[in-house]
Ligand binder design. Sequence first.
Ligand SMILES: [Zn+2]
Ligand SMILES: [Zn+2]
Length: 420
Amino acid sequence: MDVLSTVVKSKEEEEEEEEEMSLLQLLTSETRDFLITPSGDQVKVEDLEGKTVGIYFSANWYSKCQQFTPILADVYHQLVEQGAKFEIVFVSSDEDQRSFDVFYGTMPWLAIPFCDLQSKKNLTQKFQIEGIPSLIILDSGGKPIQTDGVELIYRYGVQAFPFTSTTMAELEAEELAKHASQTIGRLLCTDSRDYVFKQEEQVPISQLVGKTVGLYFSALWCPPCVKFTPRLVTVYQQLKEKNEDFEIVFISIDRDETGYVECYQSMPWLSLPYGDETAKTLLRYFHVQGIPTLIIIGPDGKTVTREGRNLINLHLEMAYPFTEAQLSLLQDRLDEEAKNYPNSVHHIGHRHILNLVSASSGGGPFICCECDEQGSGWAYQCIECGYEIHLKCVRESEKDGFNEKQLRTVIPACACSSGY
Ligand SMILES: [Zn+2]
Ligand SMILES: [Zn+2]
């Protein structure tokens, strides 16, 4: 008992000490009291005092970071224009100086120099960063106030500033009220339009009331969308054949109308008119963080899940009607299957050992590095670099009698006929 209480106490003390670390201590090192700017200039860390600061952990090799950076840059520009006391500091997880230069070239804010690996390590540890992109918000006194800055930016954009608990509570209450009164009509209708399209034809939105409806955010320019759409078409047609009360509405993120027309040609379901403002409203309302995204609305007009794409990938038409009850049934089946997989594997596409994780042991939503599709729950994960793949996507090197060293020499020699 005594030993335990000593340990607990010293831990608390440690935490208190850490709390007291100032912005200066956090962002400087023994040999560096400055940050760099995109133009290569230096800015003293002490110049940041009195500002709200976002510490941005990111890397150019990860698509989620590439997607989020321009969104953050947009918010940053708007806040700077408004004269907000706000700054962002990039902490890079890029693999080398060149990748850092390229990625940092897309950012308008400050950065820790790439060569200062010790500071990066300290900050990653201090804020217990487990995945990227990550945005930690420090208040004007240098105290951490939000650890999920990425989510907050996706949800609220500029409105999230200054990220205080009061602002967050207000925004959340507003949002809750909107979601509580949500109906399919409120989601899709505007003052001047109460229909969607089925190819050229107008279909009244009232026909969707009482059905399970998928809102499908997609675009022609997005390779994962082009890959996912045929899968969704198959599922849609199977559900239609079974006469399920299911419908999908395409919400185009295409960059021009030609892209939209071509994209919609491959879809047998409904569509919002191209260029309709509703698309943007829905993107923010559902915190869409990347496409393709499939949001499922239940027969009562309320959101059933934002994970439709993931669920279709995992379970195909079995996912319908996407309810908790159906998913827990399917989850039990997956858990049973996972028992047959080894705890760690050497995957052909990766240099580190991968570990089997479940939702309860560190597995969360991810993009599979092998097939580029979403996954969640069971996965094989690399602790060293964040590489993560579906169980079904593992191609074990041992299985083929290769070890890692052999593979490096064997693959280039016979790449044309090896079938990899
Ligand atoms: Zn995969
Ligand atoms: Zn790795």
